[in-house]
Structures are given as structure tokens and as C-alpha cells.
Ligand binder design. Structure first.
Ligand SMILES: Cc1cc2nc3c(=O)[nH]c(=O)nc-3n(C[C@H](O)[C@H](O)[C@H](O)COP(=O)(O)OP(=O)(O)OC[C@H]3O[C@@H](n4cnc5c(N)ncnc54)[C@H](O)[C@@H]3O)c2cc1C
Length: 337
């Protein structure tokens, strides 16, 4: 029996743990995490499947991970599990003040029904000259995290609340470590390429809003979901504040109401803040750490920035393949993917 420890119990850690426990035969999976839902960055996310750019990653790879994630969640959405998992289809518009150079993005054939907006549709947004209409998927973050936790437990996986100061603490207890510590990897493995991008969002009740609206750079968005409408946002680089900023709230409300005036009648507002674990490329690789004659096989899967929901399953599958490769040479196991 191979013993796998996943460090990090946010979206990336849980989805990777589920994938490993379902694909790698004869292994036990334990998630070790300082925090679990509802206290992770993943809980704050709007959970929309719209790719976030990773400038130092090949587009083909970004496309594949998005496609794999989309297909996986679409199958859940089309199943009896959709409500429990918090997965829904959502249609709407991405709007631009001026038309972008590339009018058809690389993910256009992954989302459903992608097309350029008509003049009549654009009339709703008088300050915008160009737009794209499509249907994508949205995860209700908390429901999805709870669902992943229960799937893992059902498969025999374990969740342990524990902060790891050094990966070597785990040497001897586990055969492979999977590092899904998000922004925590900055300290845990000393990765200074990781930095926070602070995001504040509001959640309101406005059940009459049924389409999403996103301004092209992601600065302003309105995302209706299963438990309210998420209004965003902010993107404050290297800002570590986890406290709510009242001026951000005011600014978000004013930008969203300019796009959708009916939001002035929204009620039950709550304010949320999270730090996106940003990096120019997701760190997805295996390495074997060496110290004093001991070896510690590690798979890294972190640095998903503002797009973890959009690529998490593709990444979970890739990390699972790497775990299989680390286990296989000595134990004869392989990942069934
Ligand atoms: C406001 C906002 C809106 C967003 N909207 C979207 C969206 O619409 N679509 C989208 O695709 N993405 C979105 N994102 C991005 C998304 O939330 C992240 O990419 C994703 O949550 C990253 O998941 P993670 O598991 O890597 O990180 P986290 O959720 O931060 O999980 C990391 C885990 O590691 C644990 N940990 C860290 N260090 C240690 C340690 N030393 N020992 C033990 N445990 C440790 C933490 O406790 C935590 O449980 C948004 C983010 C924000 C902030």
C-alpha cells in the first residue's frame, strides 16, 4: 500500500486527493492542511470557468487543462449529483470597451455556444463596443469543496488539520508528498515567484439576475449562482490584507450597478476577501528531495492564481500521473488515467 500525503486542503489539494484515490490502485491518501473549507481562498472564489492567463505556460497546456476540467464538471452537471456538487451552467456576456485583437479566444470551442454579441445585445451596455456571448460552468465554491471532502472520505481518504513547517516532517510516514499548498508554498518550499493578488467580492441576493456579465480584464463582474450573486472585484498585487476594505465595497457596488442598475435593489450583502496564489506559470512537476542519505519524492501542484477553478481537474489528473510515475519504479503501481 503506497501512502500519499497531500499538503493543502483547498480546491487544488482536495481535487488532487480525490483523483489520486480514485486512479492509483492500492494507495492511501491523507490530506494535511492548516485550513479546510470554509476558511480557504478557494471558499472565496466565484468559481467561474473562464480561463485566467498564465503568461509562461504554453497555450496548448492551458487549453488542455481547461478542456479536461470543463468536460469533467459538465458530466457532473449532467448527473444527479449536480446540486450536491454545486455545479451549474451559466450563460452571459463578456464585454469590451474596444474590440480585442484576438476576437476568438483559445477557449472558445470549449465553452458552449460561443459567439460575438449582436448589436441588440450590446445596446444594454452603452459604454462597450464589443462582446462575446457564451455558456460556461460555475461551481458554488463551498458546496463543491464539501462535496470533494465527502467523496474523499467515502473512498477511505483522511483529512487532518495540521500545519506543515517543512516537507521533511513527513519523511518515513508517507511514500509520496503532493504539494498543493497554494500561496503557502512561498514559505513551505521558499518559492518567491509566488505572490498574492488580493480579491474582494460581495455576495448579494438578487434572484432576478440570471446572466453573468464580465468586463474583459476581469476587473468587474456579476456572477449569479446557487447561493446568491457574486459581485467583483479587486486585483491588488502583493497586497496581503485579508480584512474587508470599505472603499473597495463601495467601488465594486458602483461599478456593478453601472452595468446592472437593478442591483441597487439587491439585499443581504456579505463581503469576502481572498489572496489569489499567483505565479506566471502553475508549478506542476515532480522532484526527489535529498537530505542526509534520505529521499523524499514530491509532486508540486500550486500557483493557480485567479483561475484555479478553471483548470483544477486537468491539473489533478496531471499531478496524479506524476504520483503514479514516482510510485511505479519501486512499487509497480501505475495511475489509471
Ligand atoms: C476573489 C476571488 C475570486 C476568484 N474567482 C475565481 C473564479 O471565478 N474562477 C476561477 O477559476 N478561480 C477563481 N479564483 C481563484 C481560485 O480561488 C484559486 O485559484 C484557487 O482557490 C486556488 O486553490 P488552492 O487550493 O491552490 O489554494 P487555497 O484554497 O488557498 O488552498 C491552499 C491550502 O493549503 C493550506 N496550506 C498552505 N500552507 C500550508 C502548510 N504549510 N501546511 C499545511 N497546509 C497549508 C491552506 O490552509 C489551504 O487549505 C478566485 C480567487 C479569489 C480570491
Amino acid at each position: 500500500m503506497a501512502r500519499v500525503a497531500v499538503v493543502g486542503g483547498g480546491l487544488v489539494g482536495l481535487s488532487t486527493a480525490v483523483c489520486i484515490s480514485e486512479s492509483v490502485p492500492q494507495c492511501s491518501v491523507t490530506v494535511l492542511s492548516e485550513k479546510f473549507t470554509p476558511e480557504t481562498t478557494s471558499d472565496v472564489a466565484a468559481g467561474m470557468l473562464i480561463p485566467h492567463p498564465y503568461p509562461d505556460m504554453p497555450i496548448e497546456q492551458q487549453k488542455r487543462w481547461f478542456q479536461e476540467t470543463f468536460n469533467y464538471l459538465l458530466a457532473i452537471c449532467n448527473s444527479v449529483e449536480a446540486a450536491d456538487a454545486g455545479i451549474q451552467l451559466l450563460s452571459g456576456w463578456q464585454i469590451f470597451r474596444t474590440a480585442p485583437e484576438q476576437k476568438v479566444p483559445f477557449w472558445a470551442d470549449t465553452v458552449l455556444g460561443f459567439r460575438v454579441m449582436s448589436e441588440a445585445e450590446l445596446r444594454r451596455f452603452p459604454d462597450y463596443r464589443f462582446g462575446q456571448a457564451f455558456t460556461t460552468l460555475k461551481c458554488d465554491s463551498r458546496r463543491y469543496l464539501r462535496w470533494l471532502e465527502s467523496r474523499l472520505k467515502r473512498d477511505g481518504g483522511q483529512l487532518q488539520a495540521r500545519k506543515i513547517e517543512d516537507l521533511w516532517e513527513l519523511c518515513g510516514q508517507y511514500d509520496v508528498i503532493v504539494n498543493c499548498s497554494g500561496l503557502g508554498a512561498r514559505v513551505l518550499v521558499g518559492d518567491l515567484k509566488l505572490y498574492p493578488v488580493r480579491g474582494q467580492v460581495l455576495k448579494v441576493q438578487a434572484p432576478w439576475v440570471m446572466h453573468f456579465v464580465r468586463v474583459d480584464d476581469g476587473s468587474t463582474y456579476i456572477y449569479p449562482g446557487m447561493s446568491g450573486v457574486t459581485l467583483g472585484g479587486t486585483r491588488q498585487k502583493n497586497d496581503w490584507r485579508l480584512s474587508v476594505d470599505a472603499s473597495d465595497t463601495k467601488d465594486i457596488l458602483s461599478r456593478c450597478c453601472a452595468l446592472e442598475p437593478s442591483l441597487q435593489r439587491a439585499c443581504e450583502m456579505s463581503e469576502w476577501v481572498g489572496l489569489r496564489p499567483c505565479r506566471s506559470a502553475i508549478r506542476m512537476e515532480k522532484e526527489v528531495l535529498q537530505r542526509g542519505g534520505y529521499q523524499l519524492p514530491v509532486v508540486h501542484n500550486y500557483g493557480h492564481g485567479g483561475g484555479g477553478f478553471s483548470v483544477h481537474q486537468g491539473c489533478a489528473q496531471e499531478a496524479t500521473r506524476l504520483v503514479g510515475e514516482l510510485i511505479a519504479p519501486t512499487r509497480g503501481f501505475f495511475a489509471k488515467l
